[in-house]
Design a protein around this ligand. Sequence first.
Ligand code: SF4
Length: 306
Amino acid sequence: MDIIKAFEETNTREPKKRDYFYVTNLGSCPRQVIYNMEGREAEPYTVGELSRFQSGTFTQRNWEYAWNRKGILLAKEFYIPALWGKPFFHGRVDDLLYNLSFNEEFLLNCNVKGDAKFLKSIKPTDIILLEFKTARSNAFSYPNKIAKLSHKLQTWAYQIHLEEFFPSLTIKEHAFLFYVDRDGTNKPILHILERPDKDLLRIEATKLIQAYRNFKEKDILPPALSRNLKKVKIGGLSKVKLVSNWKCNYCKYRRICELPEYKSKDNVIGTVKGKSFVPNKNYDEFKMKDFINDDEIKSLIQKEEK
Ligand code: SF4
């Protein structure tokens, strides 16, 4: 797909309402999920974002092509219409691998994280679920942090589903999260996932279902993600800055949420002078929007005194 087509398909289609979740919604901001389900208008994707999506898809297809030629790709894009036996969650497993052995070339060329001993136990008849992710090269500088909770939840949800509803498949107890550098400068990271945490999965799924019910039945939106108050030194003075959650920085609904701009100078809300706080003009505005309250400021100043 060329970039113009990607733009047309992504940015010019009418937002649609839906009444089910995607498995990839697990671990996301519940408010963001509801905005999306309700078809609220999101910020358009930029050309840079669209080309990153495209290169991510291309990278994945490239790897799948190589796995297929080697005879280790059993299935890809495996559609799952219902999770936990209910049509609330829809999803698509990226890849199912088989015929693998410890000496498989692509495994040997990865930076392996997690329980590497597991690789030695793999037999060719075992089926391994793999979720494919691409990331910017700087993410590879922190290999132990690359596997986000949302990636784990998504993969576990698929894994459990395949075990429960396709008992004829022998899915190994550990799935792979496979991270490929979009810029091609680092070798891939193969994160061997822990066994599924079924309790955590249910908690996260229930959180989303409950948030959606509250919205539909009582018109209550989930709260905005928590943001922090940060002390910064500017011109030798101790200032207080409002910093929104990092996830909000990448969210296409941040305008609807009216959150403070990430890294903006306008987020400095006042100056600490000894035991007192001198608010800036924007302090009341942020307070009215419920982004800050006086008690938080008090406790911040007390911390400063200690
Ligand atoms: S801007 Fe933040 S709080 Fe608002 S929907 Fe997006 S992620 Fe959630």
